[in-house]
Write a protein that binds this ligand. Structure first.
Ligand code: PLP
Length: 461
């Protein structure tokens, strides 16, 4: 209880952070009681390594969670942030911005493909996917189509935790407990070629997963549809890497019906797929590009929504008819975060980390292929650059999944052996920092190999 003259209480020690009684004071995303038996509590990090509070070492095959694009403890970035700390730590987002935010916005306008030029900064991914939804709706109001409000996105997608972003997301496990969702959101099946929802095979399918979206639009009435929002490569669902025609087809559908195409590149942005943006990897310019995670590499919270010039121009005009973009958060364009973003992007470009993502991505693919051959339980390998996954099956012909959350067991065993990766009951994904070396990729694959072998031996599969 606060008193008039309260002094600072003693902090618990770092080692105590493992004790259940202290863990009860914090929420994490996992089932808490289960998690607290083996809590993962990181104390420090360097390059592609973490150490927990007990001093145990982990290879970071996940960039934290697709965030630490240039690795941990990069001195150039830390120095840039320190310099900014001495100059300006916060500026009034309500009434203006600051020079570093304008510098970063102009840098993004230079780097983003096509005429993606106008930037709205926020702190996290959910904030910008939600901003993109609002932008689409307001844009149509400003340009004479006020009836366009519906957002089409995909099952198995993840666009964030806030209620608008969650309504666009397609994961029942994360949505059902929060229902009802916001109205005006529709979902279509993603391009999961390995398990086609239409029972077809690529390429003879002629991409039903894309053409059916146009049918959905026709049924809904194109005059009510504001935007299609997709991750170029979907993450949840096991790294859903579309056939090359898919995103160009979505682009054409959007053009035909005056619908905005929004790419959620929260994971794929800033080099992960081997190009600065997956939009370049697939050769498609969306109307709105959402980026976060890897842009500031975890050095400070930062995200951005970048939209095409003609769309941004609709938001200029006399105040009587156009109030500007009605969207904002207190910490948007924070100067510390923007300084971190500029320094991280400089590292990505100066060190050609997109090139390294392509090179080490090829090595990772070869490693996964070796595991598939050796263990016989990997049915599919998917993804691009340093964003790749393997899907486990009991039988590669029937594609029957392995029982008992096999992937989770392998992932947990890998954690015990000092490897951090993303695991799910049926798949495991790697997304290491873009600075990863060939030797580090080999070490990561070797730990996965060992973990997979041990769990298979225990399962008797
Ligand atoms: C593709 C994608 N979009 C949006 C988000 C939401 O980002 P945040 O958790 O920063 O709000 C995530 C988070 O993992 C994501 O992976």
């Amino acid at each position: 209880m606060a008193t008039a003259s309260q002094s600072m209480p003693d902090l618990i020690t770092e080692a105590q952070a493992y004790e259940e009684r202290f863990l009860r004071q914090i929420f994490v995303r996992d089932q808490m009681a289960e998690w607290s038996k083996h809590p993962l509590i990181m104390a420090r990090a360097e390059d592609v390594s973490y150490w927990d509070v007990n001093g145990k070492h982990y290879h970071d095959a996940l960039s934290g969670i697709y965030v630490a694009s240039i690795g941990h403890n990069n001195r150039k970035v830390i120095d840039a942030i320190k310099e900014q700390f001495d100059r300006l730590t916060f500026s009034p987002a309500m009434h203006g911005t600051n020079p570093v935010a304008v510098q970063l916005a102009n840098l993004l306008a230079e780097l983003a493909p096509g005429d993606l030029e106008a930037v709205k900064f926020q702190c996290g991914g959910s904030e910008v996917t939600e901003a993109a939804i609002k932008l689409a709706r307001q844009y149509h109001r400003l340009t004479g189509s006020p009836g366009k409000y519906k957002i089409i996105s995909r099952y198995q997608s993840w666009h964030g935790s806030t209620l608008g972003a969650l309504s666009a997301s397609g994961l029942k496990a994360r949505k059902t407990v929060n229902e009802p969702m916001a109205p005006g959101f529709l979902h279509v099946f993603p391009p999961t070629c390995y398990r086609c929802p239409f029972g077809k095979t690529y390429p003879s399918c002629e991409l039903t997963c894309a053409t059916i979206i146009e049918q959905v639009i026709a049924m809904e009435d194109p005059e009510t549809v504001a935007a299609i929002m997709v991750e170029p490569i979907g993450h949840t669902g096991g790294v859903i890497d579309p056939p090359e025609e898919y995103l160009p087809m979505l682009r054409e559908i959007c053009n035909r019906h005056n619908i905005l195409l929004i790419f959620d590149e929260i994971i794929t942005g800033f080099g992960r797929t081997g190009h600065l943006f997956a939009a370049e990897t697939f050769g498609v310019v969306p109307d709105v590009l959402c980026v976060a995670k890897g842009m500031s590499g975890g050095y400070a919270p930062l995200s951005a929504m970048i939209c095409r010039r003609p769309i941004a121009d609709a938001f200029w005009g006399p105040i009587e008819s156009n109030p500007g973009f009605v969207e904002g958060h207190t910490f948007e364009g924070n100067p510390i975060s923007c300084a971190a973003g500029i320094a991280v992007i400089r590292e990505i470009l100066d060190r050609d980390l997109c090139g390294n993502a392509r090179e080490q991505g090829a090595r990772l693919r070869a490693g996964f292929e070796r595991l598939a051959e050796r263990h016989g339980v990997i049915g599919d390998i998917r993804g691009k650059g340093l964003f790749q996954a393997i899907e486990f099956v009991r039988d590669s012909v029937t594609k029957e999944p392995l029982p008992d959350a096999f992937g989770v067991r392998v992932g947990r065993r890998a954690l015990e052996h000092g490897l951090l990766c993303r695991f799910d009951p049926n798949w495991i994904a790697f997304g290491p920092p873009l600075i990863v070396t060939a030797e580090q990729i080999d070490s990561m694959v070797a730990i996965l190999d060992r973990s997979l072998g041990e769990v298979l031996a225990e399962t008797g599969a």
